[in-house]
Design a protein around this ligand. Structure first.
Ligand code: GLU
Length: 505
């Protein structure tokens, strides 16, 4: 039987999760679910310098909001716990020693000052096969000296010994075989005695191995690390169980020139984070998709198509459909432009797809804030009439306030254009016509009012424009008789009478 698919999302808690990170999590999730596999959350926090409090909680809350359920993780536990690298300190030391014993890694004592001096003296200095012989490390010192330095409490690092001029092949599901010459790599630091912690590279490989990860799906920015990772698997003798790599395309600026950044969001007015984030140091607030009024399913659908497509034009896909259709082979190599307008379009589509009752529930608190007190059934009816006009729930107020409160003023330009000399007289007559209508349904009103207009030889457009101005206060809104049917006969008549009294042209 084939091995069970296990993927991990392995963020470093260095701040709010970027929208590109959300896409990485999504693709991992889709891939895992498609293959009946496990989706693991591992927190890579070995760099204490960059640790930001609250970031881990933020990541979990974001992905929970979006419906990306983990099978194992820091918040859930699981058979491979712990899932936070700072809680796995004890595990790594053994593997560092293993590499040193095998001669695949060595101990280096060069101080930051010494390295700095070397860099200043040698242009393009790289700590590697060509230079390590000139440095202070266990390859250039004898055993005794190394032991003495360690015993005396000198700080050191363990470096990976990469031999020059080897061909390293990264097998990437999306990019095919990517070949590197090992000489471009430096002898990466794998461990630092100062904090008794491994660096990202070592912890990442050891954990993927121990957690039996089968596929490493991550952003393109990690591709340059992949040859080093391949060499680490080899050094450990783990080639057999090395995961399959898939490096996802970059998310590009809307204009397509370069990587999407927070500044693009600020510049063009869209969020680049799933949830609002308050920087714990500066107190600065960054907007989030959730707080901006996005429905999670719209964000998911939007992100799913940034770097992947099902091979046809289908655009609207539920999570279940995405799981069915997703494949790494259909991911693109080239960057995906972050088309924010498309994101809005998806939200518009999903507002149409959600039942009116659900949209009404999201709208209700906004109405309460406006001081409106109506029953939820009424809100649901209004939502059904206007939702096709909005991309966000918060835009509903602008499109529907007149269902809840009578106009307190009348748009001057509209008055000028639409309130004709005979409008007051016609509207007064209309009041009488409406008074006589028993069945105040939209359809019945329309029939009776139009018959009256025709019998009088009035101009249909002029009457309806004045009618709308009186009811709405301006020239917008859904079908006129739908509005009056919802606000009811008494309210309609009251608004007409008020307009006749108040509109002066
Ligand atoms: N900790 C890395 C990150 O922050 C993980 C990269 C990987 O998935 O290997 O993205």
């Amino acid at each position: 039987m084939a091995q069970k698919v296990r993927v991990r999302f392995a963020p470093s808690p260095t701040g709010p999760l970027h929208i590109g990170g959300v896409r990485t999590a999504l693709y991992n999730y889709l891939f895992a679910k498609k293959h009946g596999g496990d989706f693991v959350l591992r927190i890579e926090d070995t760099d204490s310098q960059r640790f930001v409090p609250g970031a881990e909680e933020y990541i979990i809350e974001s992905l929970t909001w979006l419906g990306l359920q983990f099978d194992e993780g820091t918040h859930l536990g699981g058979a491979y716990a712990p899932y936070r690298q700072s809680d796995r300190k004890e595990i790594y030391r053994k593997y560092v020693d293993m590499l040193v014993e095998k001669g695949a890694a060595y101990i280096a004592f060069d101080t930051p000052q010494e390295l700095e001096a070397k860099r200043a003296a040698v242009p393009n200095f790289q700590y590697d096969a060509s230079t390590r012989g000139e440095m202070r490390n266990s390859l250039t010192m004898d055993k005794e000296e190394v032991k003495n330095l360690i015993d005396a409490g000198n700080q050191y690092v363990v470096r990976f010994r990469i031999e020059a001029e080897q061909e390293v092949t990264v097998n990437d599901v999306i990019r095919g075989e990517v070949k590197y010459n090992s000489s471009v790599l430096d002898d990466k630091v794998l461990y630092k005695s100062a904090d008794n912690l491994p660096t990202y590279h070592l912890a990442n490989i050891v954990d993927d191995h121990l957690m039996e990860i089968t596929h490493v799906i991550r952003g393109e920015e990690w591709l340059p690390s992949a040859p080093l990772h391949v060499l680490l698997y080899k050094a450990f003798g783990w080639e057999e169980t090395m995961p399959q790599f898939a490096h996802l395309p970059l998310l590009l600026k809307p204009e397509g020139n370069g990587k999407l950044s927070k500044r693009d969001g600020d510049r063009l007015g869209f969020p680049v984070f799933p949830l609002e984030w308050k920087d714990p140091k500066t107190g600065e607030i960054s907007s989030g998709y959730r707080e901006s009024g996005y429905l999670p399913e719209a964000v998911i659908n939007f992100l799913a198509l940034l770097g992947w497509n099902p091979g046809n034009d289908q655009e609207i896909m539920s999570m279940d459909e995405l799981i069915q259709l997703f494949s790494l082979e259909k991911c693109s190599k080239s960057g995906a432009k972050f088309d924010y307008e498309k994101g809005k379009w998806f939200n518009h589509q999903y507002i149409q797809l959600r039942p009116d009752s659900e949209i009404a529930n999201i709208y209700y608190p906004i109405l309460e804030e406006k001081g409106v007190d109506v029953n939820i059934g009424y809100v649901e009816t209004v939502v059904g009439l206007v939702k096709e006009r909005v991309s966000f729930v918060k835009e509903l107020w602008d499109q529907s306030s007149f269902f809840f409160i009578a106009p307190t003023s009348y748009d001057e330009k509209v008055v000028k254009k639409r309130w004709k000399e005979d409008s007051p007289a016609q509207m007064t007559e209309l009041v009488e016509v409406l008074k006589g209508i028993e069945d105040f349904s939209s359809h019945n009103q329309e029939e009776i009012v139009k018959a009256w207009i025709e019998s009088k030889g009035y101009h249909l457009g002029n009457v309806m424009n004045a009618f709308r101005l009186a009811i709405v206060g301006e020239s917008k809104g859904p079908h006129m008789f739908d509005i009056t049917a919802v606000i009811g006969k008494d309210e309609t008549i009251a608004r007409l009478e008020k307009a006749v009294k108040e509109i002066k042209n």
